[in-house]
Design a protein around this ligand. Structure first.
Ligand SMILES: Nc1ncnc2c1ncn2[C@@H]1O[C@H](COP(=O)(O)OP(=O)(O)OP(=O)(O)O)[C@@H](O)[C@H]1O
Length: 262
């Protein structure tokens, strides 16, 4: 961990309106190279909207997100993905009857030489690309979750919840992103499963050089354990920023959470 990190992403004046609702309100923030940044805030505070704008699913009403020296606002999701931003979703996007291999490859179809359907249905003709994918996926699973390597061609529906989550994270990592966005990876898992998944994520960060991770998470023990820094949203604004200890001691953060519970 170095103290002189560069900003990988620079967000300035980012505003996202849905009709009369302002989901992101003149947001200024940075994501630093190699950090694990926790994104916190009450329900509806704009966290997922931020991911959706950063990955090109929504076009911001105003403001900029500078990544790789370019403003991503207005770029298509595929362009942003190809430039190294990958994500997981709050709800699983796995196709349960398909194998681990197929699910992971589908996630990367934008990088494929011959397009998704060509590859899925004409595998023999494109053996070389197929073999390269098997090799890449095995290498990734070996880093992330070695027991999954031997189950590459089993359907996802036969896997536990935590393994499914691992598969989703591997799918996001296949493109070797510089920035990985994880939307509530602990959702639906037990404490033990969550602990194990977080351990895996720390392992991955240790092995994939300079990967930045932004984690939306409600489990405070997860945030405390794996983040280097946290940012707290409330009503689409950044209300606090700092270490876990700093943000949990912050009066504005306490009010935002207590206000929600009241
Ligand atoms: N596509 C949309 N159309 C209209 N309103 C939306 C849309 N997406 C999000 N919103 C609204 O924007 C606000 C922020 O939602 P968002 O999902 O970003 O919050 P969040 O912090 O991720 O919440 P949670 O922790 O519940 O996932 C909410 O009021 C939500 O209803």
């Amino acid at each position: 961990m170095t103290n002189h990190r560069q900003a990988l992403v620079d967000v300035a004046g980012l505003t996202m309106r849905f009709g009369g609702l302002t989901a992101l309100d003149k947001l200024d923030m940075q994501i630093m190279e190699g950090e694990i940044l926790g994104l916190l805030g009450p329900n509806g505070s704009g966290k997922t909207t931020f991911f959706n704008v950063l990955t090109g699913l929504y076009k911001a009403s105003s403001g900029t997100i500078t990544y790789n020296g370019r403003n991503v606002i207005g770029q298509r999701p595929q362009e942003i993905y190809r430039s190294g931003v990958a994500r997981t979703f709050q709800r699983s996007r796995l196709s349960l009857p398909l194998t681990v291999f197929d699910n992971i490859v589908i996630g990367d179809y934008q990088h494929m030489q011959h397009g998704l359907f060509f590859n899925l249905f004409r595998r023999r003709a494109f053996r070389a690309e197929y073999d390269a994918y098997v090799g890449k996926i095995e290498a990734l699973l070996q880093i992330f979750s070695p027991p999954l390597v031997n189950r590459l061609f089993e359907p996802v529906e036969t896997f536990s919840m935590i393994d499914r989550r691992r598969i989703e994270v591997c799918r996001a990592l296949l493109s070797r992103p510089r920035l990985l966005l994880l939307d509530e990876p602990s959702a639906g898992m037990t404490h033990d499963e969550t602990d194990a998944l977080m351990e895996d994520i720390l392992q991955v960060r240790g092995k994939l050089d300079n990967l930045s991770i932004v984690l939306i998470e409600h489990e405070m023990n997860v945030i405390e354990r794996i983040t280097d820094r946290c940012i707290v949203f409330n009503y689409g604004k950044k209300i606090a920023e700092g270490s876990y200890a700093e943000i949990t001691a912050d009066a504005n953060v306490q009010t935002a959470y207590l206000g929600e519970a009241a």
